[in-house]
Design a binder for this molecule. Structure first.
Ligand code: BG6
Length: 309
């Protein structure tokens, strides 16, 4: 089921997707931004700050902001580009070729599009079309399929991220598997390059890293909840891991002081190697996140089975 509604609190337009099994997703047209993803029991799986602001030109703090045409401060544009704080449109007729594999007849989805206005063209002088299909699968998995088309007469170059805020029970009890032994750029040390040494990534202070050349599958294991998020990605070689921790949390106006304990950003991204499109070319990427009981695979917490399965 696909439903178009106006948010009671903010008056903003959003789309609700409901899978027959009961899982749901909510997408705000503002930012083309997934702001809720719930499993069949109605449990929220994405973090959304209680202080999130739903008003241009502020990006919504939580859910899945779309960072385009620039990730972070990797360029001269505003932080994370402008797509996350612009109004997108519902696209009832996305252009051929028939876009994306895996859209079953009963899987609810919505197609959104962002094209630059005259104002955006002043900020970034390139004609583009940015498409996003958001879809809920039979097992409640949440998929975002992204396409960028160059509709200009000159090539352009961009970086990109799906800035996913996952909801976790207690950040100190979370670990990420799939990024060990990889190189990363540390945003907390002027983007200096290091190699990950640990067996898995755990959290006891601020983290802001861009892992490079990451595998297509990453597992985020929430021990308290006995839940594993499995993030699968294509076309997005990097993975940003961010938690602001206590001090930065307090400094952010749209983030509760203690909320850092209950969120973790794992962002499928293309940052290190920017993408260049010639006129008429298209770039495509895909992210699928599922939430499974950690014990599902072997009766014990065994994330290796998640990654190798
Ligand atoms: C992460 C960046 O992706 O987003 C961090 O790596 C940044 O450096 C964080 O602080 C939040 O960014 P923003 O612009 O939403 O406050």
């Amino acid at each position: 089921m696909v439903e178009f509604v106006k948010d009671g609190a903010t008056g903003m337009e959003k789309v609700l997707l409901r899978e027959p099994g009961g899982a749901t997703a909510q997408i705000h047209l503002y930012g083309g931004h997934v702001t809720s993803w719930r499993n069949e029991r109605g449990e929220e799986l994405l973090f959304l700050s209680s202080k999130a602001i739903f008003k241009p030109p502020k990006a919504i703090r939580g859910g899945i902001p779309v960072c385009f045409p620039q990730f972070g401060g990797f360029g001269a544009l505003e932080q994370h580009g402008f797509a996350r704080n612009r109004m997108w449109a519902v696209d009832i007729n996305p252009p051929p070729p028939p876009p994306f594999a895996g859209t079953g007849p009963n899987k609810p989805y919505i197609d959104l599009v962002l094209k630059p206005s005259d104002d955006e063209l002043k900020i970034w002088p390139h004609n583009f079309e940015l498409y996003q299909r958001v879809m809920i699968g039979f097992n409640g998995e949440l998929t975002s399929i992204i396409r960028v088309r160059n509709t200009d007469t000159k090539p352009f170059t961009f970086t990109f991220a799906l800035h996913t805020y996952l909801s976790v029970s207690d950040i100190s009890e979370v670990r990420i598997e799939g990024l060990e032994t990889l190189d990363f750029l540390d945003n907390l040390q002027e983007k200096e390059r290091f190699t990950e040494q640990g067996d898995a990534i755990t959290f006891d202070s601020e983290v802001d890293r861009i892992y490079l050349g990451t595998p297509t599958k990453i597992a985020i294991i929430d021990h308290d909840k006995k839940r594993t998020f499995v993030l699968k990605k294509e076309g997005l070689p990097d993975a940003v891991v961010w938690n602001p921790w206590e001090k930065k949390a307090k400094a952010m106006a749209d983030f509760g002081d203690d909320e850092y304990k209950h969120m973790l950003c794992v962002e499928a991204a293309a940052v290190e190697k920017a993408i260049t499109l010639k006129p008429g070319e298209e770039w495509k990427a895909r992210q699928e996140i599922s939430a499974v009981p950690s014990s599902y695979f072997s009766g014990q917490l065994d994330p290796c089975k998640v990654l190798n399965g």
